[in-house]
Design a protein around this ligand. Structure first.
Ligand code: SAM
Ligand code: SF4
Length: 323
């Protein structure tokens, strides 16, 4: 379906939990993060009802996210049902990769074709610092397992000044050997870190760093490619991409809506608007659910304004909404 600005909405991001086995410094504050009670989190059956209603409005791709989606019990049978939903052409998953090693095969068999692995450093200590204690080796072995299973891999790196901006070139160099898509994402001030402006490394700066080392070729965006501007290092097996939510918003091409793990439907990540789907779910009336989703799509704002004025949107943890 098209929204009121003529954008085709065919992509749903579904957060299945707000819990996480990491505490990334840019995603959650150091303290005071409490997970929702289990009875506040949607049951898988209700999530599938939402997806079925969304399919009737034109949703064709679902990305499962969180929190960390792989920590939720029952995720594999859920993914089987999700990928078997009539009308869903692609099921993808975003993960921090910590549990991938033991789950990659199950994910592929459950119908997941693409994995986005969030990885912000290739250095053990930097990784542990950013994630507040994460073990890089586990993510690395998870990536090996995912490759062995033939899953298509995107690596997402949030570039932050003074933390990991010295690793842009090594990340890009991974694509020389690996058929991965490595994407550099601008840091967003979602938790309102006091010095957030200093943290942001713009996409233009990242591109400058890359062009200083490689003769980048621009390539055309693929289907469902989303907001990344893609490039290839000559001869590389993979690609690099730059995602600029702060310096150059891509709202004009935005094709997605989001459902949080508590059943809030959101048409824009960086806007406080949300519609609670739980009354529709409780009513048992699938038409109500469909109409609510239609309203969400209809009400999708033209663009976010977080770069101009972060105060226009309340601080939030991405783990609560599903990045
Ligand atoms: N736990 C999973 C993971 O890390 O991939 C899925 C959920 S996480 C909230 C989804 C994505 O949001 C991750 O790629 C993470 O890097 C990104 N993210 C979280 N906070 C962010 C911020 N302040 N700026 C940019 N990206 C952010
Ligand atoms: Fe967890 Fe992902 Fe947020 Fe890191 S970015 S704290 S892994 S939800």
């Amino acid at each position: 379906m098209k929204d009121s600005y003529g954008r085709t909405i065919n992509y749903l991001r579904l957060s299945i939990t707000d819990r996480c086995n990491l505490r990334c410094c840019y995603c959650m504050p150091a303290e005071g993060v409490t997970a929702k009670n289990c009875d506040e989190i949607l049951r898988y059956g209700d999530m599938l009802r939402i997806v079925e209603a969304a399919v009737t409005l034109g949703i064709r791709k679902v990305r499962v996210t969180g929190g960390e989606p792989l920590v939720r019990k029952g995720v594999i049978p859920f993914l089987h049902r999700l990928s078997g939903t009539a009308g869903i052409e692609e099921v993808a998953l975003t993960t921090n990769g910590l549990l991938l090693d033991g789950m990659a095969g199950d994910l592929r068999r459950a119908g997941v074709s693409r994995l986005n692995v969030s990885l912000d450093s290739l250095e053990r200590e930097t990784f542990a610092k950013i994630t507040r204690g994460g073990d890089l080796e586990k993510v690395k072995s998870g990536l090996v397992a995912a490759e062995e299973e033939g899953l298509k891999i995107k690596l997402n790196m949030v570039v932050m000044r003074g933390l990991n901006d010295h690793e842009v070139v090594p990340f890009a160099a991974l694509t020389l050997e690996k058929p991965w898509s490595v994407r550099f994402i601008e840091y967003m001030p979602t938790i309102r870190e006091p010095q957030w402006r200093d943290r942001i490394v713009t996409g233009a700066e990242v591109l400058g760093q890359l062009e200083g080392h490689f003769a980048l070729q621009t390539i055309s965006s693929g289907r469902y490619c989303g907001p990344a501007k893609p490039y290839r290092i000559p001869g590389a097996r993979g690609t690099v991409g730059i995602i600029t939510p702060m310096s150059e918003h891509f709202c004009g091409d935005c094709n997605r809506i989001r459902i949080t793990s508590t059943g809030q439907a959101k048409s824009c990540l960086l806007n406080d608007m949300a519609l609670d789907l739980t009354p529709c779910l409780r009513s048992g009336d699938e038409n109500l659910l469909r109409n609510a989703l239609r309203d969400v799509i209809d009400g999708k704002p033209r663009q976010h304004r977080i770069a101009e004025n972060p105060q226009l949107c309340a601080a939030f943890s991405m783990a609560k909404i599903g990045g």
